[in-house]
Ligand binder design. Sequence first.
Ligand code: GLN
Length: 409
Amino acid sequence: MDQNPPYTPAFHSRLPEVGTTVFTVMSTLAANHKAINLGQGFPDFSCDRGLISKVNEAMLADHNQYPPMIGVAELRQGISQKISTLYGYDYDPDIDITITAGGTQAIFTAILSCVSLGDEIVIIEPAYDSYRPSIELAGGKTIAVSLTANYDDQGSVKSYSILWDELAKAINPKTRLVIINTPHNPTGMVWQKSDLDHLASLVRSTNALILSDEVYEHMVFDGFNHISIASQPELAARSFVVSSFGKTYHVTGWKVGYVAAPAAMMKEFRKVHQFNVFAVNTPMQYGLAEYLKNADHYLGLPSFYQAKRDYFSKGLEQTDFKLLPASATYFQCVNYTKLNVPQAQMNEADFCSWLTTEVGVTAIPVSAFYAKPVESGVIRFCFAKEEKTLSAALERLQTLQLRKDNGTR
Ligand code: GLN
């Protein structure tokens, strides 16, 4: 009998348009070319040894088996208290809060739990690259509206705002979910109370739910505050709020985050979560629960990161990169089109590849935050780095200036 050679049957891709996420692509390129990686957003400095000790203690105390599916009680209680103190909304730790394997899983699970075939989901572009594929996998249809830049007299971007007319048009009876992100990756735009009130007026007469991605909640600068959706009770009553310990405590590799939502929404979220990851690793949750008791650990973050932003932006001012506002998150966006090198004419993705391979510094093309790449000549640098890393990157970026001055390359 003839034997068929082994073969993998053809199948339809669930995500035909999707490749590998830009953050992985750029980190791989950075590693291959030994470039300074200011692309993917993660700190290059150590987390607090005190936090590691607390996780070690939890392991030694034999907290090494499955935790409750919804997360360790002490951690959920700490989160509930923190949200209540900072934002004034009372979530029941047993009913309204679930610990997730980071922000991206939280977002994916929230979307799967409420989106059905044909539902419309509104996102605001530029948007984090996981939103669209998650919506697509749930069978939803993405409706994108844009952020708009506001310019000063010199023609520099001074701030960003929501195009409210567009958003109002996008929201209709088929809208299942509106995804917002504040503080916003990559622009650093921070929603104000008036923005949340405006959003409330748009969804008031609809059944639209909200997903508020707030993973950068503790990185807002220049004396401004993060305004959580949990501080607007009318919106909180229809919202999933997502945050991340990885971002807050410099432990992105631990992949621990959480979702808070009213009971009816959390009930559905947990139905998906239990068969998606079931539960998140136990000792990290105990360690984080202990660490969370000291509010200084997160209240000190704005000044810590603002100093890094200021150091990095001062250095960039010595170059022909044009700085865009960076009032929150750990990202600084810049426009490169005024650099006096031929590569300044490249599209954003090509420019970032060139910058990595030839200049030795990696950035993320902002076009990756759009479904149909919008080319504005803007790239994103992550400044969550030690000063010596930022200084080495600046030195390399400043050579672009020398290339101009020498008239070479
Ligand atoms: N949120 C991070 C960023 O924007 C990336 C997270 C990831 O790579 N999954 O860089």
